[in-house]
Design a protein around this ligand. Structure first.
Ligand code: BDR
Ligand code: CA
Length: 325
């Protein structure tokens, strides 16, 4: 099983990421970041989820409470006041660790081979870890993150919430040389919270299944919710669950309308076919046409998730929830 640190801001979909990671990966620790809710709440929520699935052996380390610049924008309209509204849960018996998330990330990565990082909230902790110890960029196997989108936003027209919350941190991460796997909203829109899927969770006959269904009842109440964060963990568990394109991605820091955008160079995948915008099976390379052409692409730096195998994803979630008993 791959060794993973999950940096998150639970968050209903983060809760699914935790549940998938705790069973299918070697989850070394959960670190938290102010995002969907205030740090105190998201940390408590991480403890709640781990207690629900009986994994109180997995430590939780609180990290930064807000972004590098500016104020934290919490997502009360999406995740409720607690950050995990919906299921009635008791206060966790466990306390979080006293060590800071950034210390845990740096120490663990420097002392352990083959750690994979996964970030499903704003990238503030990961950027702070890189500032503290730049060598972690090469030490980790990879960073899988939920954030951004190839020509797609949600919080803003061009920007997805996790990146919009702390673009400076995202810039640091995307320029660090880490092997990055990006699960953006272009991908996660393929992962809707469907009613039949939720009913399958509820009928599993496990406490985890009912908990997951109740999370979805709240999270999916508007009819347009997606399980963003578990897609990143699912990709670590099963590399075939997502089809990728290896592309150049950079982070917009200014821009009148585009701060926080993950500017993704899709040009060499574009087709002349009126029926098809891009071709994932294209044999063209980013450096074709050659130097000098204004249409030449930029050297790829990110594995961008493009197609999700949704039935396979649902099966992974249901099997995981079934096995928590
Ligand atoms: C991201 O924002 C949060 O609301 C979700 O947990 C996810 O990480 C989607 O834009
Ligand atoms: Ca999240």
């Amino acid at each position: 099983m791959k060794k993973v640190i999950l940096d998150c801001d639970p968050g209903h979909d983060d809760a699914f990421a935790i549940m998938l990671a705790a069973q299918n990966l070697d989850l070394l620790g959960v670190t938290t970041i102010g995002g969907n809710g205030y740090l105190e709440n998201v940390t408590r929520n991480a403890l709640v989820v781990l207690e629900k699935i009986g994994r109180t052996d997995i430590p939780v380390y609180p990290g930064h409470s807000g972004p590098t610049l500016g104020e934290l924008i919490i997502c009360e309209n999406v995740h409720g006041v607690s950050g995990l509204d919906g299921p009635v849960v008791s206060e966790p018996k466990r306390k979080p660790e006293t060590k800071h998330a950034v210390d845990f990330i740096v120490e663990t990565v420097m002392n352990t081979d083959h750690v994979t990082l996964c970030a499903t909230g704003p990238l503030t902790n990961i950027a702070a870890a890189l500032n503290r110890e730049p060598r972690i960029a090469q030490r980790v196997d990879a960073l899988y993150l939920m954030g951004g989108g190839a020509y797609a936003g949600n919080w803003r027209v061009a920007a997805e919430y996790n990146i919009y919350e702390d673009p400076e941190a995202a810039y640091k991460v995307f320029h660090s040389g880490m092997e990055i796997y990006m699960v953006g909203v272009n991908l996660t829109r393929q992962c809707p919270v469907r009613k039949d899927f939720v009913e399958q969770m509820r009928c599993l006959g496990t406490e985890a299944g009912v908990f997951a269904a109740e999370l979805c009842d709240f999270f999916g109440r508007g009819g347009d919710a997606h399980l963003h964060d578990p897609c990143a963990i699912a990709w670590i568990i099963d590399p075939d669950i997502i089809k990728e394109a290896y592309l150049h991605v950079d982070i917009e820091l200014t821009g009148t309308l585009t701060r926080g955008m993950t500017v993704t160079d899709l040009r060499f995948l574009q087709t002349n076919d009126p029926e098809k915008d891009i071709d994932l099976n294209s044999t063209k390379r980013w450096d074709d046409p050659p130097v000098g052409s204004p249409f030449r692409g930029e050297a790829p730096n990110t594995h961008v998730g493009m197609r999700l195998d949704y039935p396979k994803f649902c099966e992974l979630v249901l099997n995981t929830l079934r096995n928590y008993n």
